[in-house]
Design a protein around this ligand. Structure first.
Ligand SMILES: Cc1cc2nc3c(=O)[nH]c(=O)nc-3n(C[C@H](O)[C@H](O)[C@H](O)COP(=O)(O)OP(=O)(O)OC[C@H]3O[C@@H](n4cnc5c(N)ncnc54)[C@H](O)[C@@H]3O)c2cc1C
Length: 407
């Protein structure tokens, strides 16, 4: 008897997910369609449904909220505490004025109130990073999916949207999966929230201006200082003060952990500097993390070596004048690297096309956008997800209201 291909647990899970997705009936008409069931799309869908709208989420992946599972190394750094209180850390975003106008003075507090209502407990770590108490990204996803279900949101995975066209009274969506739809006209909704993250093609079908997408929050390819072998440092981590220097002028400074790689530098501080770094810039590391230089020299003299001040392996790789090098170890940036592992893409729909109070497109009433689809990016530490949640809530509420007015 001929045997079919072997079914692995993974292929079985995929088949089950496909069957579950196929069983979802996509409504051909409803008040609000959300394109993209990631962080921003789920927040938007919940907000719209809780405002009284009928809502469908069209997600191209096999399940909604899967992008959340990969965040924070599977732990989901979902917010940053420095966004709470009367003076949120707007400067952690590329477009602070727009983020402030959208998110309002209670930015962080509003995000946390939303998660409190979802039933999520959280804990704070270094740098104000907030994680679910369970330290499992799945906790964040589960509470969102449960709240979306309670609100009556239809989650329709495995439904990739190929094109969107807008008219004065409705939004028409061209799906890739025609099987669902008896009408050749596609799907028609009153309002649309575009929450498809950082990808160009569908965004361009909206006919709005887009900044080109480029990876940010990624590692930097660098040339090491003479006599320092990157291979010898590979895999070592150090707590540093890192400065990004351009034409002799400091343009950014971060404190935290750097990871040495054979191609250059990685780690959280380097991810943050990567948002501003250009080829030819210098990343200057102080491996003593600001320790008074005379005191550091005295400690090294007392110990008879650098081991009391520096990681001995790093000191060994730096050679005989390790301490002096460690005060100001300079790497020349040659480019961004591992773009496929970048946490965020810069670029997307230009923000000036959207009213910050509602995130509605000024020239396309009924179209709203949120999350990474817009040209907004933030530093490492929970800032990007915070933007996704808050902008999703703003867009979702406004889309529901607009659908009510336009119906
Ligand atoms: C590895 C990794 C780790 C990260 N860790 C953190 C962290 O700890 N903290 C933090 O703040 N940020 C983190 N980020 C960034 C954060 O995940 C993003 O900023 C956030 O997910 C953006 O949310 P979004 O909903 O706008 O986009 P996404 O989460 O990308 O969701 C977009 C969704 O739209 C769907 N989609 C796209 N095109 C279509 C289409 N044509 N039709 C239908 N559906 C479509 C996609 O499948 C996806 O599900 C991390 C990112 C990565 C890659």
């Amino acid at each position: 008897m001929a045997r079919g291909p072997r079914r692995t647990p993974r292929s079985r899970a995929r088949e089950e997910a496909l069957a579950a997705a196929a069983a979802v009936r996509v409504p051909a008409r409803c008040d609000v369609a959300v394109v993209g069931g990631g962080a921003a799309g789920l927040a938007a869908a919940i907000a719209a449904a809780e405002s009284g709208a009928s809502v469908v989420v069209l997600e191209r992946g096999l399940a909604c909220g899967r992008t959340i599972l990969a965040t924070g190394n599977g732990r989901c750094n979902f917010m940053n505490a420095t966004l709470c209180g009367p003076a949120p850390a707007w400067e952690r975003y590329n477009d602070p004025a727009f983020v402030a106008a959208v998110c309002g003075p209670r930015f962080g507090d509003d995000v946390l109130a939303f998660f409190e209502e979802c039933g999520l407990a959280w804990a704070e770590e270094e740098g104000g990073r907030l994680y679910p108490l369970s330290r499992q990204a799945a906790s964040v996803r589960e509470v969102l999916l449960a709240r979306a279900a309670r609100a009556g949101v239809v989650l329709a995975p495995a439904r990739e949207v190929a094109g969107i066209s807008m008219s004065r009274h409705e939004v028409r969506i061209r799906p890739l999966f025609e099987a669902d739809f008896s009408s050749k006209k596609g799907l028609m909704y009153t309002s649309l929230v575009y929450a498809a993250g950082g990808g160009e093609e569908t965004a361009r079908s909206l006919g709005l201006a887009c900044a080109p997408y480029e990876p940010v929050l990624c590692s930097l390819a660098c040339a090491a200082p003479q006599d320092v072998s990157l291979a010898g440092l590979d895999g070592r981590r150090a707590h540093v003060v890192a400065r990004l220097v351009r034409d002799g002028r400091e343009v950014a400074r971060e404190v935290g952990e750097v990871l040495f790689r054979p191609y250059g530098l990685s780690g959280i501080v380097v991810f943050d500097l990567s948002r501003r770094a250009r080829p030819g810039d210098v990343v200057a590391l102080d491996l003593t993390c600001g320790l008074d230089r005379d005191r550091a020299r005295a400690l090294v003299a007392a110990a008879g070596g650098c081991a009391g001040v520096l990681d001995p392996v790093i000191a060994g790789a730096l050679g005989p004048d390790a301490l002096e090098q460690a005060f100001d170890l300079r790497f020349v940036v040659t480019g961004h690297t591992e773009p496929e592992r970048a946490q965020v893409t810069r670029g997307g729909l230009l923000t000036e096309q959207f009213d910050p109070a509602s995130l509605e497109a000024r020239e396309l009433p009924g179209l709203f956008a949120c999350g990474e689809a817009l040209n907004v990016d933030g530093a490492c530490g929970g800032f990007n997800l915070a933007w996704a949640w808050r902008s999703g809530l703003v867009a979702g509420r406004a889309a529901a209201k607009s659908a009510g007015n336009r119906a």
